[in-house]
Design a protein around this ligand. Structure first.
Ligand code: KIV
Length: 281
């Protein structure tokens, strides 16, 4: 199958099928989700909470993002690879943010970056787009700043906040975003934004009317157990499988069952006899 292109994904807004995006932060998961047919692989800054053990995504650094994105890059051959600009990069002045965005494409081999909405971010988006880097926007629940905005709940549930989010989405489209993530907004708002914007919308916890969907892979496969968002459909229980496999390994090591004959290399009888003779000499 030929590599996914942005033009093709833009076109799918009109003709379908919907876009499927998943996160990956390392080589094996990136390789698996790419081979399974996702259209986009996002190296999300959810990395901070999911694999680095931070309480929020706010402390994630550019160096951490680049390190993990390079590993994911080596596993993705078909999907578009998107690097998530961490808070530190988006708090920087626009010219500096462009330098950070270039690290994702030039150093880590991404096909584009994702940018969470914050006041004034449009100038940064315009700068990144001018540098030739495709930008995916992100509105609704924006985890980087969620702590100061009442936590990780739904956004856009009142008429006023819904209108505000629609406006933010429009301003990101005007600034040059080629697509936009809608996180945790009610389905009617997601439908309205998807209808009014020419660019594809990719929902997370925002109902079925978006042009595509994204979730954190570790939620999908049951490998992140600190909390499970209400909108998650669990497709596998890899965490339980790892725990059971580990318990069986520990038990086998303690009882001497592992390693058995199948996992053991024996020396040829003749060589063993020579070796023993050497020791005895
Ligand atoms: O960081 C992330 O993984 C994200 C997605 C959940 C959209 O922003």
């Amino acid at each position: 199958m030929s590599p996914v292109t942005i033009d093709e994904l833009r076109d799918r807004k009109r003709r379908g099928p919907k876009l499927a995006m998943l996160t990956a932060y390392d080589h094996p998961i990136a390789k698996l989700v790419d081979a399974a047919g996702v259209d986009l692989v996002l190296v999300g800054d959810s990395l901070g909470m999911v694999v680095l053990g931070y309480d929020t995504t706010a402390p994630v650094t550019m160096d951490e993002m680049i390190h993990h994105t390079k590993a994911a890059r080596r596993g993705v051959v078909r999907a578009l690879l998107i690097g998530d600009m961490p808070l530190a990069a988006l708090q920087a002045p626009p010219e500096e943010a462009v330098v950070h965005a270039k690290r994702f494409t030039e150093e880590a081999g991404c096909n584009g970056v994702k940018v969470e909405w914050r006041p004034g971010i449009e100038e940064t988006v315009r700068g990144i787009v001018r540098a030739g880097i495709p930008v995916m926007g992100h509105v609704g629940l924006t985890p980087q700043t969620a702590a100061g905005e009442g936590g990780f709940g739904m956004r856009g549930t009142t008429a006023e906040s819904a209108a505000r989010i629609l406006e933010q989405a429009r301003s990101l489209e005007d600034a040059g975003c080629w697509s936009i993530v809608l996180e945790c907004v009610p389905d009617a708002l997601a439908a309205e934004i998807s209808r009014r914007l020419a660019i594809p919308t990719i929902g997370i916890g925002s109902g079925p009317h978006c042009d595509g969907q994204v979730v954190v892979t570790y939620d999908l496969i049951g490998l992140f157990d600190r909390f499970t968002p209400k909108f998650i459909k669990r497709y596998a229980n890899v965490g339980i499988a790892i725990r059971e496999a580990t318990a069986a390994y520990v038990s086998d090591v303690r009882s001497g069952i592992f390693p058995g004959p199948a996992q053991t290399v024996t020396m040829a009888a003749e060589e063993l006899a020579k070796f023993k003779a050497k020791l005895a000499a």
